[in-house]
Structures are given as C-alpha cells and as structure tokens.
Write a protein that binds this ligand. Structure first.
Ligand SMILES: CC(C)(COP(=O)(O)OP(=O)(O)OC[C@H]1O[C@@H](n2cnc3c(N)ncnc32)[C@H](O)[C@@H]1OP(=O)(O)O)[C@@H](O)C(=O)NCCC(=O)NCCS
Length: 136
C-alpha cells in the first residue's frame, strides 16, 4: 500500500535513507517535506514501512527528488509501485540519477524514462548526474 508519509514514519524513513545512500538526507530535510502542498511524500507500507518516494507535481509535471527501498525489501516490486504512484497523475517527469546507479537507472528505463542530459561532477564526490525525462 502506498500512502502519504506521516511524522511517525520519519525514524524508519531515515533508517532506510542511511542504508541506501552514502550522503543521506538529514531528518530535518525529510521533515521539511511533510505538509508542503506542492511536494508529495509517500511511503510503501506493508505492515511496516519499506520504502518511500518524494516528488513534486505541478501542472502535470513531476520531479522525483528521492526514492529508496529498504535493502532487505528490494527486487520485490516496491520501487516500481512507488514510482508508478508518482507518475499516475503526471504527463511528464524529470529526475537526476548518479551515472553509476545501475539498479535505479534500470528501474527508470523500465518505465520509459530517457536520458536527456549529463551533469558533469554534479554530486559532492565528483559523480556525474544523468538527467532523465519521462513522457506519457
Ligand atoms: C532503485 C531502487 C529504489 C529500486 O527499488 P526496488 O524495490 O528494488 O525495485 P523493483 O523491485 O520495483 O524493481 C523494478 C525493476 O527495476 C530494475 N531493477 C531494480 N533493481 C535492480 C538491480 N539491482 N539490478 C538491475 N535491475 C534492477 C529491474 O528492471 C526491476 O524489475 P525486475 O525485478 O522485474 O527485473 C532500490 O534499488 C534502492 O532503494 N536503491 C538505493 C536508493 C537509490 O539509489 N535510489 C535512487 C536514487 S536516484
């Protein structure tokens, strides 16, 4: 089940974030997204929270800011469900992904996202970002 995130989910969301990224967002960053009207923060809840997505949706254009699934729950379709929920009411969508993040790039390509640009050394550690676009 995909549902809006609540304050009580933040501890688990942070745990997943820290297990998923070398440069995790802080608790304050997640908190700031709760209750922002233009930003959607949703969790995958199968009795426990196993993943989340944060995106904006304005005039049919989505921008994906963050998506992660708990390491022990990956390859069970949760990432696909979360992204599918974000795209449901969108006509176009954009996101940035680290050039070497092959699982995420495979997920996005599976939805039909296309690579439309490269941002050299975009991330703090010098990794390039691939800019991807999806259209309905
Ligand atoms: C990217 C991520 C969200 C995918 O979540 P997930 O729940 O494992 O993805 P799904 O099970 O829905 O996989 C959907 C499809 O994506 C692709 N995919 C997902 N993980 C993959 C992997 N490790 N290798 C290759 N393809 C992969 C496959 O095509 C998969 O379909 P299949 O299982 O039928 O072959 C997850 O790996 C993750 O949290 N990574 C760390 C955080 C991150 O990098 N987020 C993205 C930042 S831009």
């Amino acid at each position: 089940m995909i549902r809006p995130a609540e304050r009580r989910d933040l501890e688990r969301v942070l745990e997943i974030e820290r297990g998923s990224f070398d440069d995790p967002w802080t608790g304050q960053a997640f908190e700031a997204f709760l209750g922002q009207p233009a930003v959607r923060f949703a969790v995958a809840d199968e009795g426990a929270v196993d993943g989340y997505i944060i995106y904006s949706l304005v005039c049919g254009e989505a921008e994906i800011y963050n998506i992660a699934v708990a390491p022990e729950s990956r390859r069970r379709g949760l990432g696909r469900e979360l992204l599918g929920a974000a795209l449901e009411n969108a006509g176009t969508a954009f996101l940035d992904v680290r050039a070497g993040n092959l699982p995420a790039i495979a997920l996005y390509r599976g939805f039909g996202f296309k690579e439309i640009g490269l941002r050299k050394k975009y991330y703090g550690n010098g990794d390039d970002a691939v800019l991807m676009k999806w259209s309905r």
